[in-house]
Design a protein. Structure first.
Length: 258
């Protein structure tokens, strides 16, 4: 590790040769950045940063146990909880060129998003930019308290709910939504229950029953057609599911509410 005083940085990448290359070939001392730790796993990194705040994070996107995007989302939660006026400057270094990854990275406040393989010079430019942003924040300690941005977790759930509302008629599963939001299904499941008070499947069922009831009361569609329109193409299963949800058959509900 370097001993330079100034901005503190960590590296996170699950590939050994990349961690070693970034540690050894970037001129940390000349940049005035102290490389304090190197991690192969986002879980290890967040545990460290819970106790040891850092200024700059240089991270891969796709890693086992916790993705880089998920790691930064958790980091932003920690910053909000501690009411910090400054935030860790993030540089993503990834082999994935999908623009959606870059969009999500920028939403989380990333300074830069670089594609592997990147030249050392290109990475050093991004690090200099991050250091400058740190210096600008440090130079204005008396600024008024900023409004804390919406929690990334709330953002993720908001996006998940929007996707579910648009696609609840499909054969929709939690892991599909998690993949599209670039987080693990376990992480999304925990946040979903935490913020909605329901499981993913219970919330999806709620959307479907609301739409089924609306159609039964206002449309002339046959019952099996309504079942198909809310994601249950098997008429018998739809009727059994509806009975369980509302305590009456779809036909009885229609008779009562039409």
């Amino acid at each position: 590790m370097t001993t330079t005083t100034g901005c503190r940085a960590v590296i996170i990448d699950d590939e050994t040769w990349i961690r070693e290359g970034l540690s050894e070939h970037i001129n940390w001392e000349v940049l005035g950045i102290e490389l304090v730790q190197v991690f192969q796993d986002g879980v290890e990194a967040i545990r460290y940063m819970e106790e040891h705040p850092v200024d700059i994070l240089l991270s891969d996107i796709r890693m086992p146990n916790m993705t880089g995007l998920e790691l930064v989302a958790r980091l932003r939660e920690l910053e909000k909880e501690s009411r910090l006026l400054s935030s860790t400057k993030v540089i993503f270094l990834s082999g994935y060129g999908d623009f959606k990854y870059a969009q999500e990275a920028l939403r989380l406040g990333a300074v830069d998003y670089l594609l592997k393989p990147s030249d050392v010079e290109e990475i050093e430019v991004a690090l200099q930019k991050a250091k400058m942003l740190c210096a600008n924040e440090a130079a204005a300690p008396d600024k008024q308290e900023q409004k804390v941005a919406e929690e990334p977790s709330s953002y993720l759930i908001k996006k998940a709910l929007q996707m579910m509302s648009a696609r609840f008629t499909e054969d929709l599963h939690l892991n599909q939504i998690a993949d599209e939001l670039f987080v693990t299904s376990n992480y999304l499941s925990r946040l979903f229950r935490q913020e909605t008070g329901k499981s993913f499947s219970d919330y999806l069922s709620m959307l479907r029953i609301e739409k089924a009831c609306e159609l039964l009361g206002t449309s002339n569609l046959k019952i099996y057609q309504i079942g198909e329109s809310v994601g249950y193409p098997n008429p018998r299963y739809f009727s059994e599911w509806f009975q369980k949800q509302k305590g009456m058959s779809p036909g009885d509900y229609r008779s009562k509410h039409a």
